[in-house]
Design a protein around this ligand. Structure first.
Ligand code: F6P
Length: 345
């Protein structure tokens, strides 16, 4: 050991602490090209937005105007929570004058939001769900932010964003921030899935798990069984089947990000099927299902609507919904076997 080195344990801690999110994205890109720097800066801005949202959430119970609803109804027909509105605004402000993202599209906005000063050089569109699981906010339970990055294809004068109506294979990156007992940032740019934990003392996301592989099978299934009688018979049969299997547990948090995070590390399956009156289910393809399908597929898992891979689905509109069955390959295949048996009569 030279006299400028520390002992082994100290050097290991330093290496870990310096593996920050932006450095990791840069190293993943494999070169120090302008593209690599752009993606790394972009991910850094998402992380900054995540940290601001985490800070607001951590004090929401004390702030005069942070909890509850705004009184407005969003484009999805849902009551807008004050935190939804705040988090959406944080993302817009995070990308103003960044030169990175020309357009933002979110579950909370009817049409994409342009940042004209960025458009001459900003080649990306960022799609996001600012607060996923916002029903959990008022009771201090886990929530998340989901994001998806797509290459911008020209300026669209109509504001209809028709270039976004393409499959999930067009994503160049995706991930989520989980606001749980710690704040975590999980991302992929097509080279594995990596998780970072916010170190509040440094204000940095530090690498905590690299190249995560989802187990082939897990012992939990995650579905809102309150909707049991609204599903097709194939889905009901699958649930009856797991009820009879020893060793299965039901886990459903009310926040998709939290359930997916557990499944990513421990295996299992999350389901939000279509139901009577809502054949496409509840979850939005561009802001929820496609980015999470991108991540889970990168980790070796599977995501389907029940008839088609989520990443193959081409939406017919910006806020299109899809049924979602996602998680460990064997568990998703088991669900599919019940759906297909029923479909084949
Ligand atoms: O809109 C998204 C979401 O809040 C998910 O985070 C969650 O998994 C789901 O909806 C919960 O919906 P429900 O209350 O119908 O089970």
């Amino acid at each position: 050991m030279s006299n400028i080195e520390l002992n082994q344990a100290q050097e290991t801690t330093l290496s870990r602490d310096f593996t920050t999110l932006t450095r990791h994205v840069l190293s993943q890109s494999g070169d120090f090209s302008a593209d690599a720097y752009d993606l790394s800066l972009l991910m850094g801005r998402i992380a900054l937005a995540g940290k601001m949202i985490a800070r607001e959430l951590s004090q929401a119970g004390l702030a005069a105007d942070a909890l509850g609803v705004t009184g407005e109804i969003n484009v999805q027909g849902e009551a807008v929570k004050k935190m939804d509105q705040y988090a959406n605004r944080v993302f817009i402000r995070a990308f103003e004058q960044s030169g990175l993202v020309c357009r933002l599209a979110s579950e909370e906005m009817e049409k994409p939001y342009y940042i004209p000063e960025n458009c001459p050089i900003g080649r990306y569109t960022l799609l996001f769900d600012p607060i996923d699981g916002s029903g959990n906010i008022d009771t201090n339970l886990a929530v998340g932010t989901i994001f998806s990055i797509r290459q911008q294809q020209g300026i669209d004068e109509t504001g209809e964003a028709l270039d976004l109506l393409q499959s999930g294979h067009q994503q160049v990156g995706a991930g989520y921030v989980l606001y749980g007992s710690s704040t975590m940032f999980v991302y992929s740019i097509g080279k594995g899935v990596h998780a970072f934990t916010l170190d509040p003392s440094l204000g940095e996301f530090i690498l905590s798990s690299e190249n995560i592989r989802i187990p082939d099978h897990g012992s939990t299934y995650s579905i809102n069984e309150g909707n049991f009688w609204q599903w097709d018979e194939g889905m009901r049969e699958y649930i009856r089947h797991v009820h009879k299997q020893p060793g299965y547990s039901a886990r459903y948090s009310g926040a998709l990000v939290a359930d997916i995070h557990r499944i990513l590390f421990q295996g299992g399956v999350f389901l939000y099927p279509g139901s009577q009156g809502h054949p496409d289910g509840k979850l939005r393809l561009l802001y929820e299902s496609a980015p999470l399908a991108y991540l889970i597929t990168q980790a070796g898992g599977k995501a389907t609507t029940g008839t088609e891979a989520i990443l193959d689905v081409i939406p017919d509109r910006l806020h299109a919904r899809t049924p979602l069955i996602i998680g460990s390959t064997k568990d998703v295949d088991l669900v599919l076997s019940f759906l297909q048996t029923r479909a084949n009569g």
